[in-house]
Design a protein around this ligand. Structure first.
Ligand SMILES: [Zn+2]
Ligand SMILES: [Zn+2]
Length: 245
């Protein structure tokens, strides 16, 4: 009986609000659980094994570090490790866009299993003491009503039993959108944008964000946290956008 009610509920929900693929908008059956149709899901790309040891960007031709992180440069970064679940393909872009701007908060389950998989594949993450989302600026938070990175960080914290401490980091500057800025401008836009607070001395912190491009936002967060006494800063994002110099 319970199952019949559930099926009826599903069909009714589907009738009122037909289920479509988040990317190509094709119709999906009422009992289909995934956010993308099979074809679009097949176009999702994991980061794979060939990636920069520090920033995690794809290295199609192999090697240990990308140009940005090679040699002594790897050590100057405050964020010592960035890992992402997917390469920034159009399909993952649609999912993140719907999550961010259209409040498809149910997508958090899909994102959480991806984050959890990458978390478990990264031995360094076993040392993490607290999980902290990259904070939104006050203006953006007011406009959107929620911080998508906080939703992801909270869920990951519940799955890994690592403390979720969002108040460790505050945004103190309303930064411009990074979209059309080059690498240097992105870094200066983010400079002093964050301030760390609370008991973080000696802690290993995992930052959570939706997309990493040059890593300048994560680096600015890591600088603030290190300044306040944190020991190691790592980052985990849903997607990694290849950056054209
Ligand atoms: Zn599709
Ligand atoms: Zn790198």
């Amino acid at each position: 009986m319970k199952n019949i009610i559930k099926t009826l509920k599903n069909y009714l929900a589907n009738f009122l609000l037909p289920k479509t693929c988040h990317h190509c908008k094709c119709d999906l059956s009422a009992d289909y659980k995934e956010p993308l149709c099979l074809k679009c899901a097949g176009n999702l790309k994991d980061m794979g094994a060939l990636k920069c040891k520090r920033c995690g960007i794809n290295l199609d031709s192999g090697g240990t570090y990308c140009f940005n992180c090679s040699g002594a440069k790897a050590k100057k970064f405050k964020c010592s490790l960035i890992r992402s679940c997917f390469i920034f393909t159009p399909e993952i872009r649609s999912l993140i866009h719907n999550f961010k701007y259209h409040e498809h908060l149910r997508l958090k389950h899909f994102f959480n299993s991806a984050l959890l998989k990458t978390f478990n594949q990264t031995p360094e993450f076993k040392k993490v003491d607290i999980v902290v989302p990259v904070p939104l600026s006050c203006l953006r938070y007011r406009a959107r009503g929620y911080n998508q990175s906080a939703v992801l960080a909270k869920k990951l914290s519940a799955s890994t039993h690592i403390s979720y401490v969002p108040q460790s980091l505050k945004r103190i500057k309303n930064t411009k959108s990074q979209v059309n800025l080059d690498k240097e401008k992105r870094a200066s836009n983010m400079k002093n944008a964050f301030k760390a607070a609370g008991k973080i001395t000696g802690k290993t912190i995992l930052l959570i964000d939706d997309v990493a491009t040059t890593g300048s936002t994560l680096e600015a967060c890591a600088e603030a946290l290190k300044k306040a006494g944190a020991k190691n800063i790592y980052a985990l994002t849903i997607a990694r956008e290849p950056f054209k110099h």
